[in-house]
Design a protein around this ligand. Structure first.
Ligand code: NAD
Length: 485
């Protein structure tokens, strides 16, 4: 598994590498330099047909396995990821741009995710429903069939596995469609899976842009679609899935509020929020985008978070800096445009805002103060290293600001007072709320959004619900009792 700039990656269909039907290739580049890394096959709708057919053909064999056997195969994937963690981390850093330490953490997180779901394989129980003495009623949980996994470019290694693991243990087969700027980790994973004994066709990978994504989400042979990405593409996925009445799980964007109360431990709030917004150069759906800070500690918070931002090292991910580049040229331009918008809207640019001289898609960690919640930089997901800091006077105003937004993925509150912290956590409209930390929660915690941030949950036992449907079985037990007279 070595990467060279002239290597060509083919699709992975039915356990084999396959050319795209057109024979065409696209290029993926190193975001730290803008230089090409490798070419990969540009899948078309016809290639998606082949991948879905392979996944359908593999369904019977996969579902015929004992649940525990499926669990063992998925445990084998955890082991394969761990055994190849360094290689996978380097691929992720090269293709996505993130610092090596965070790619290594991602590889370990992926191994743990497979492990977690491997253990659940033989515990996917139904329930019995009281039906009286003349009847028996119970449910069984059945796989949907073929699961499409359409994933974005910000965390391609983890996201290739987060839906695949529960889908597999539940008895589904999978077609993964990675994003066009980060195709490599899913292709490497598929090969590892093959070596680890996943039967041919159980996991397939089609690479390319919108065409294979759209073909997959509207495909008659796909039984459930899990999409992680932007709101507009999520809407398109939902529309095309509507034609075939295919269920969708949508993990979409965030513009997440972090409320800092006057009694917060400021060290904790500053470090958590800085890590929350600058990790992966802000390209995290759960990022701490909007710091909503009480006016009594506002100036001190801004001063300290600016110090934090200015102390950060930037560089190519393989040098393991604090922050790497943005993932690709178009996104880099978008983030720089948002910084201009912030200045035009009248926010104060406290630090950052500039690209780095030289090659690659680097943007400095950026902090805006004097932000009001109706500004575009407070309402729209920038998905870059740009923190907006908004003042508030009392707790109800903080909640109003936090919830005055169309999205609702994560949120957070910093307070030393338990009642304030927990009431505020309950009142923030979001799928996950962090208290006195950011990016909290164990592996088993469900993750997903409210409002326009999505539908359904990934991770945890709830994450299995996207891959299992309930069948109810009703049995008549009435008997003609023998006449004993
Ligand atoms: P995107 O919506 O542009 O693309 C996501 C995937 O959809 C890619 O694989 C893309 O090729 C594919 N696609 C494009 N057009 C399609 C179509 N018409 N039909 C089907 N698929 C299509 O998103 P992105 O720019 O790659 O990722 C960034 C977004 O992802 C951000 O909004 C971020 O918040 C979100 N995200 C959300 C989560 C979460 O868990 N909620 C996690 C990571 C990223």
């Amino acid at each position: 598994m070595s990467i060279t700039t002239d290597e060509r990656y083919r699709l992975f269909i039915g356990g084999e590498r396959a050319e795209a039907s057109t024979g065409e290739y696209l290029t993926t580049e190193d975001p730290a330099t803008g230089e090409p890394i490798a070419q990969y096959a540009a899948a078309t709708a016809a290639d998606v047909d082949r991948a879905v057919e392979a996944a359908r053909d593999a369904l019977n064999g996969w579902q015929a396995k004992q649940p525990g056997e499926r669990g063992e195969v998925v445990q084998g994937l955890a082991d394969a990821v761990r055994d190849n963690a360094e290689e996978l981390a380097r691929i992720e850093t090269l293709d996505q741009g993130k610092p090596l330490t965070s790619s290594r953490r991602a590889a370990e997180g992926l191994a743990r995710c497979f492990e977690y779901y491997a253990g659940a394989a033989d515990k996917l129980e139904g329930k019995s429903i009281p039906a009286g003495e003349d009847a028996l009623d119970f449910t069984i949980r059945e796989p949907y069939g073929v699961s499409a996994q359409i994933i974005p470019w910000n965390a391609p290694l983890n996201l290739a596995g987060h839906g695949t693991a529960p889908a597999l243990v539940a008895g589904n087969t999978v077609v993964i469609k990675p994003a066009p700027t980060t195709p490599l980790s899913a292709l490497h994973l598929a090969e590892l899976f093959d070596e680890a004994g996943v039967p041919p066709g159980v996991v397939n990978v089609v690479t390319g842009g919108a065409e294979p994504g759209a073909a997959l989400s509207g495909h008659e042979g796909v039984d459930t679609v899990s999409f992680t990405g932007s709101v507009p593409t999520g809407q398109a996925v939902m529309e095309s899935a509507a034609k075939t009445i295919t269920p969708v799980t949508l993990e979409l964007g965030g513009k997440n509020p972090a409320i800092v109360m006057p009694d917060a431990d400021l060290d904790e709030a500053v470090s958590s929020i800085a890590i929350g917004i600058f990790s992966n150069a802000g390209q995290i759906c759960a990022a701490a985008d909007r710091a909503i800070v009480h006016e009594s500690v506002y100036d001190e918070f801004v001063e300290r978070v600016v110090e934090w931002a200015e102390s950060m090292t930037l560089g190519p991910g393989e040098e393991d800096p604090d922050m790497g580049p943005l993932n690709h040229a178009e996104h880099y331009e978008t983030v720089l445009d948002y910084i201009d918008v912030g200045v035009e809207e009248g926010a104060t640019l406290e630090t950052g805002g500039d690209p780095l001289d030289g090659e690659g898609y680097f943007v400095e960690p950026t902090v805006f103060s004097d932000v009001s919640n109706d500004m575009r930089i407070a309402q729209e997901e920038i998905f870059g290293p740009v923190l907006t800091v908004i003042p508030f006077g009392d707790r109800s105003e903080a909640i109003d600001i936090a919830n005055d937004i169309e999205l609702g993925l994560t949120g957070g509150v910093f307070s030393r007072d338990i009642k304030t912290a927990l009431r505020t956590a309950r009142e923030i409209d979001a799928g996950s709320v962090y208290v006195n930390q950011w990016f909290g929660g164990p592996l088993g915690a469900p993750f997903g959004g409210v409002n326009k941030s999505g539908i359904g949950r990934q991770m945890g036992l709830e994450g299995l619900d996207s891959y299992l449907q309930t069948k109810n079985i009703a049995v008549d037990l009435t008997m003609d009792e023998p006449d004993e007279s």
